[in-house]
Design a protein around this ligand. Structure first.
Ligand code: FES
Length: 309
């Protein structure tokens, strides 16, 4: 008497889906540290391979007929054809390997959620909360005489206290040809490794004032220097010497009710021209040491995540 294909339980062959799932999760976690592009690729891989893995594991539950080798299927079909009476369908059963596979999948998903959800929450949620704190009011425009730099020191996030103190070099450029107010607002953090850049010129300490928590100190600066490794920038923030990899970062600004308000930081590749007539190569803000233009930006594309200043 020939053996029916239902006489022996079907055992799943080795599957590569769990390996793909693990690689996806690893990419996702790595991407959260290095780059959102890698994190997105990891998320797609994890979801795709996870679904394929779950599909394999639940094949019996869904009543799907497993794939059988064509030669085996031919022999089995022949045997079934000559069998005089079809055997009754067996009740569904679950082997221990199936149970362990499903348990592993469930446990992996739970651990993945516990590890990734808090990280995602802490990294993404701040982007949608406390948006109003990204602004800094530097006070009335008359505190910024035209053509002169003023060192402005303020708290970027007052709720965080002194740890959020920032320093900028603000120059009122007057009006552009279109009649729009122009300001050069350089961020003092060096774009080499982040040391505090200093103005090369005397500070008028007598004229120092503090208004609404913002300290203002006029300075006669024709350039800016970094004491750490000798970085040198000109009055437009362009790198002139030393190891900095781009021009000094700048703030966007607006004028509200006659007051100068700072907004977001942005990175600068190069500045041609001066003051109100300057042409600025703008890029999304990036960490110190990161190239934003030229061939170096292609050679070193991965930027470690870091909170903005
Ligand atoms: Fe400024 Fe190195 S940190 S030159």
């Amino acid at each position: 008497m020939s053996e029916s294909r239902h006489d022996t339980p079907h055992l799943p062959g080795p599957s590569l889906w769990p390996i793909g799932f693990a690689i996806g999760v690893a990419c996702l976690l790595l991407g959260l540290v290095l780059s959102w592009i890698i994190a997105a690729i990891g998320a797609v891989l994890a979801v795709a391979f996870g679904l394929l893995w779950a599909r394999d594991v639940t094949r019996d539950v869904r009543g799907e007929v497993p794939d059988i080798d064509p030669e085996t299927r031919a022999v089995s079909d022949t045997a079934a054809a000559v069998a005089p009476v079809a055997a009754p369908a067996p009740l569904p059963s679950y082997t221990r390997s199936r149970f362990l596979e499903a348990s592993t999948l469930g446990l992996g998903a739970a651990i993945g959620a516990v590890v990734t959800l808090p990280v995602l929450g802490f990294t993404i949620l701040p982007s949608f909360t406390n948006r109003e704190e990204s602004e800094a009011d530097l006070g009335p425009l008359e505190n910024f005489p035209e053509g002169q730099f003023v060192i402005a020191s303020f708290l970027a996030h007052p709720s965080q206290g002194e740890v959020s103190r920032r320093t900028t070099f603000v120059r009122n450029n007057g009006l552009t040809e279109a009649g729009v107010p122009s300001f050069t607002i350089l961020y003092s953090r060096c774009v080499h490794l982040g040391c505090p850049v200093q103005p090369n010129g005397p500070i008028d300490e007598q004229a120092t004032k503090e208004i609404d928590g913002v300290e203002l100190r006029p300075v006669l600066a024709q350039s800016f220097g970094c004491p750490c490794h000798g970085g040198l920038y000109d009055a437009e923030g362009n790198r002139r010497a030393g190891p900095p990899v781009r021009s000094m970062d700048r703030y966007t600004f607006s004028i509200r009710n006659g007051r100068l308000v700072l907004h977001e930081l942005y990175a600068v590749g190069n500045v041609s021209g001066t003051g109100a007539n300057a042409t600025i190569s703008k890029y999304p803000w990036s960490t110190p040491g990161t190239h934003v233009d030229g061939i170096e930006a292609w050679l070193y594309p991965i930027v470690p995540s870091q909170v903005t200043g």
